[in-house]
Each structure stands twice: as C-alpha cells, then as structure tokens.
Design a protein around this ligand. Structure first.
Ligand code: SF4
Ligand code: MG
Length: 313
C-alpha cells in the first residue's frame, strides 16, 4: 500500500499554474527518485506532499495528496505539523538553512525526538548519539556538543539527516540532499542515507537531478519536465528502455566525476518558465523526435509522449 500518494495534483502560485496533474506514489520500504532539471517542479512537488505550499504562497488547485490513506486537505494544520517531523522527515538541499546557528547541534536533534516521541532529555540525548553513530559520525557525543559552524558541509548534512530521522518517521523526503557538497562527500552521504532507509524499511522520496544516483539507489523513478510528469515506473526497465525522449536524454547525460554541479550536458536548451510553457508537449522545442502534432496536442499516458520508445531519429 502506498504511504504517500499524489493523485493528479496541480499547483499554482498566484495565477501561475506550475504543476499539472502530477501523480506519484511511494510505498513503505520503497525509494522513489523524482528527477528533472532545475525548474522542472521537483521541490514544488515535495512542498505539496508535505502541505507546505502556503509557505511560498502556493496552493493545490486540483487533485489530492494522501498520506497513509488519509487526505491531507482534510487534516488540520496542527495534524499536518505533527506529521511533518514525526511521520515525515525532511532533508533540505542546504543544511545551513535547516540548522539553527545559535543552538548546539545535539540540542536541535534532541528537540525533534522530545517533541514527536515524548522522550525525556536524557533519553533524547542517548537517541541522538545513537543516530549520529549510525550516520558514521566519529565521537558522536562530542559532536553533539558542537555548534553548526564548527562542522564541515558534509557533517552538517548528516546532522540534518539525523534530525529527519529523530522523530522516527515512516517517510523521508530529501530534496537534492547533496547538491551543496563536494562530489566525493555527495557519494558518501547518498550511500549512508540509502543504507539507513533500507535498514529501517523506510520510504524515501529522493529528489535529484542526477540519474546516476537514481540508478544506484532508487526502486522507482518519476521524471518531471516543466511541471508535468514525463514518465514513471520501476528503475531497471526505464533505464533499459526509456520511453520518453526526455528520460532518454537525462540518462544520456549522467554526470561524471568532475563535471560542474547542477549541469546537464547533452540536452540543448533549458526548461521553460511557467509563463512560457509551450503548447502541446512542453518538451517539443528541445525534443529530437518532435513532429507537428507535438506542438499542438498534449500527450497523455505514461510515458507522456506521442512517439514513445525506440531510438531517437
Ligand atoms: Fe518529443 Fe513529441 Fe514525445 Fe514530446 S510528445 S517528447 S515532443 S516526441
Ligand atoms: Mg529544487
């Protein structure tokens, strides 16, 4: 059964429609990779999943988000808040924004388990030290007494992961958790996060622009382009035979070591902004396989393409 389910979710900020009928689900114990270039709508999808759209002035204009079978729209804000941090742990892109610079890191992690699990101060600290150890932080008890600024970027990101795990969640949502880090540290963090999620049988929604990470870690993959789902399904068959030209292009430019962060070489052009989404298939101006129909008719289905599969002409 799916733990998190988005069904035909559309999102607007003000009058601007940004996400168009996104459907995806993450089952217990499953890792779903949500991929696409910057500006595809990945972070917005995560905010919608967590009920956090109001923070950026956004709202759901159609469809529904359900967590553990319950419609999020029917929950009170207090229920949603207790769910975040409790049943859903969030790992942000930039650890600096997630950590309070004037609170020792142990205290920040303790607070999550005290709030969501009702632990005493001593119990919470024991749990924090245990979590840090599982995140392969040496001398965890000492590190718990450190201030955020005393730690490296990679260590800070481990702290953010510890905070996400501290409330004993069923689902972790991680939004490009390693983008701000060096390539070697990136691989380490992804490996640790993946192992922890697997060990605990948690569900993970991993947002990334890196198809290499998806290939390594994810059971399923959902590909977003310009606010629409291009293709979704189990990782292995999609990598073996991508149906959507955009998926194919992303796989064709898996970043290699030393390549600049955040770049996707090999796909000419950029993701259009919401005010300039092209008619028909939004990928048509960049698609090597586009035909006349692509510029006028929106492709439906999975993959969402009028001419799926096969090699590019
Ligand atoms: Fe390319 Fe047409 Fe498929 Fe869009 S619908 S991905 S333009 S072939
Ligand atoms: Mg983003």
């Amino acid at each position: 059964m799916s733990l998190l389910q988005l069904k035909d979710v559309s999102v607007s900020i003000g009058q601007v429609a940004l996400l168009d009928r996104i459907s995806l689900s993450v089952a217990k114990g499953e890792i779903l990779g949500l991929v696409g270039e910057s500006g595809s709508g990945k972070s917005l999808t995560a905010l919608a999943a967590m009920g956090l759209l109001p923070l950026i002035g956004g709202r759901i204009t159609g469809g529904a988000v359900a967590f553990d079978g319950k419609d999020m729209a029917a929950m009170t804000e207090a229920q949603r808040r207790s769910q975040r941090g409790g049943r859903i742990g969030f790992v942000t892109q930039n650890p600096m924004t997630a950590l309070d610079p004037v609170t020792r890191i142990g205290a920040q992690i303790d607070e999550v388990s005290r709030l969501h699990l009702g632990l005493t101060r001593a119990q919470a600290r024991a749990r924090t030290v245990d979590l840090l150890t599982q995140l392969r932080i040496p001398e965890a008890a000492t590190v718990a007494n450190a201030w955020p600024h005393q730690l490296s970027g990679g260590m800070k990101q481990r702290i953010v992961i510890a905070m996400a795990l501290a409330g004993d969640p069923d689902l972790i949502i991680a939004d490009e958790p390693t983008t701000a880090l060096d390539v070697t540290v990136q691989a380490q963090i992804i490996q640790i996060l993946g192992a922890l999620v697997r060990d605990r049988g948690l569900a993970l929604l991993l947002i990334t622009h890196d198809m290499g990470v998806v290939a390594q870690l994810c059971d399923r993959v959902a590909v977003l382009y310009a606010g629409r789902l291009a293709e979704e399904g189990p990782t292995a068959p999609i990598f073996a035979a991508p149906g959507h030209p955009y998926t194919r292009a992303l796989i064709g430019c898996i970043p290699t070591e030393g390549m600049a962060k955040g770049t996707l070489q090999g796909i000419p052009g950029t993701v259009p902004g919401a005010l300039t989404f092209p008619p028909g298939c939004r990928f048509h101006p960049r698609c090597p396989r586009a035909q006349a129909v692509c510029a006028t008719q929106t492709p439906q289905g999975n993959p969402a393409c009028h001419f799926p599969g096969g090699a590019d002409a």
